[in-house]
Design a protein around this ligand. Structure first.
Ligand code: DP6
Length: 320
C-alpha cells in the first residue's frame, strides 16, 4: 500500500475551451488560455492498494456517477491497478461554474501518479488530467496557461503549457457568486449539446484561433484592456452557442446580468474591469489588483458572496 496527497488550484478560462473534436479523448475543438487562481484548491489523497475501491468527496461517499468517473480515471493511470481509496475535498463551492473539475482532476492526476510510483512530470500529468476533464490539463501550472490544439489524432501532443508565471502581472479575479446551487446542465453535456444543435457553433470554432492569439499577445504585453475585450468576446460567443442551442441552455440568473451591467458601469467610470462566465451563473471579473476592492464593492449589492483571488501557483504533493 502506498499513499500520496496532492493539492491543485482551479483555473478560469480567459479564452474558453468549448466543444471537442474527440469526445473519448477530450481533444478540444478550439485552443484555450486560462489563469490559475490562488486560495481555492482541491486536496486529494489516493491510497493505492486497499481491500476495495472507495471514493469520498467533501466528507461523504461520492454519488455513483462521480465515483465511476474517478475510478475510470484511475484505470488510465494503470489498467491493472489494485483497489484504491480516494478522498477529495475542495474549499470552494463545487458544480457552480467555478471550474471545480479543473482542480479536481489535476490533484487526482498528481496524487494517483505519485501513489502508483509513476512519472509526476507536469506535461505527462497534463496529458493524463485532460482525459479526466479537459480544463484540468491547464491546472498543472500556476499563473497564465495555454492549451493549444495539438495535431495528433491520438492526443499525444494535446497538453497545456505555462505561458507566464503568477508574478508576471498584478491582476485579480473578483468572483461574484450569483448562486451556489448545482447547475442544471454540466459543461460536458452543454458543450456537446451546443455542438450538435447550435447554428452558431461553427462560427465559434472558426473565430477561436484569433481570440487565442490575441489573448496570448495581450498577456505577454500585460495589456489588460485588450485581454479584457478578447475575454468578454470569448465568453459571450460561448454563451451564444448555448442560447441558440435547441432547447436553449441559460445559465444566467438575474444577479448574473446585474453584475455584467455593473462591470460596464465600472468601465464607464474609468475602472479597467472585464467579465467572464463559465457553465454557471457566477461572474468572474478580471482587473488590476489595485482596483479589486472597488470592483468587489461595485458587485457586492448584487450577490450574496464575493471572493477576490489572485494568480495562484503550481500543484504540489504534500510531504509524507
Ligand atoms: C466553460 O473541462 O468541465 O469551464 O472536458 O468535458 O470535462 P470536460 O469539460 P470541462 O469544461 C470546461 C468548460 C468551461 C471553459 C473552460 O474551462 O475552458
Amino acid at each position: 500500500m502506498t499513499a500520496a496527497t496532492a493539492r491543485a488550484h482551479p483555473n478560469i478560462a480567459l479564452v474558453k475551451y468549448w466543444g471537442k473534436r474527440d469526445r473519448a479523448l477530450n481533444l478540444p475543438a478550439v485552443p484555450s488560455l486560462s489563469l490559475t487562481l490562488d486560495r481555492f484548491r482541491t486536496r486529494t489523497t489516493v491510497v493505492w492498494g486497499v481491500e476495495a475501491d472507495s471514493v469520498e468527496l467533501d466528507g461523504a461517499l461520492a454519488p455513483a456517477p462521480a465515483a465511476a468517473r474517478v475510478l475510470a480515471f484511475l484505470e488510465l493511470v494503470d489498467p491493472r491497478r489494485p483497489p484504491c481509496r480516494v478522498i477529495s475535498e475542495s474549499n470552494f463551492p463545487v458544480a457552480a461554474g467555478l471550474a471545480s473539475s479543473s482542480s479536481a482532476f489535476a490533484a487526482l492526476a498528481l496524487a494517483a501518479s505519485a501513489a502508483a510510483g509513476h512519472d509526476t512530470e507536469p506535461t505527462a500529468l497534463s496529458l493524463l488530467a485532460r482525459r479526466g476533464s479537459g480544463s484540468a490539463c491547464r491546472s498543472l501550472w500556476g499563473g497564465f496557461v495555454e492549451w493549444p490544439l495539438g495535431e495528433r489524432s491520438d492526443g499525444a501532443d494535446c497538453h497545456a503549457r505555462p505561458l507566464a508565471p503568477p508574478d508576471h502581472w498584478d491582476v485579480a479575479m473578483v468572483v461574484a457568486i450569483a448562486s451556489g446551487a448545482p447547475k442544471p446542465v454540466g459543461s460536458r453535456d452543454a458543450m456537446e449539446h451546443a455542438r450538435r444543435t447550435s447554428p452558431y457553433y461553427a462560427t465559434w470554432v472558426q473565430t477561436a484561433a484569433d481570440d487565442f492569439a490575441g489573448a496570448r499577445a495581450a498577456v505577454l504585453a500585460r495589456d489588460l484592456q485588450h485581454l479584457g475585450e478578447v475575454m468578454e468576446a470569448s465568453t459571450h460567443k460561448m454563451h451564444a452557442t448555448l442560447h441558440t442551442a435547441r432547447p436553449p441552455v441559460l445559465y444566467q440568473v438575474p444577479a448574473t446580468i446585474a453584475c455584467l451591467h455593473e462591470v460596464r458601469a465600472l468601465r464607464q467610470r474609468g475602472t479597467g474591469a472585464w467579465a467572464t462566465m463559465d457553465a454557471g451563473p457566477n461572474v468572474k471579473v478580471l482587473c488590476h489588483r489595485s482596483d479589486a476592492a472597488e470592483v468587489a464593492a461595485g458587485l457586492s449589492p448584487h450577490v450574496a458572496h464575493i471572493e477576490v483571488l489572485r494568480p495562484g501557483g503550481d500543484p504540489a504533493l504534500e510531504p509524507r
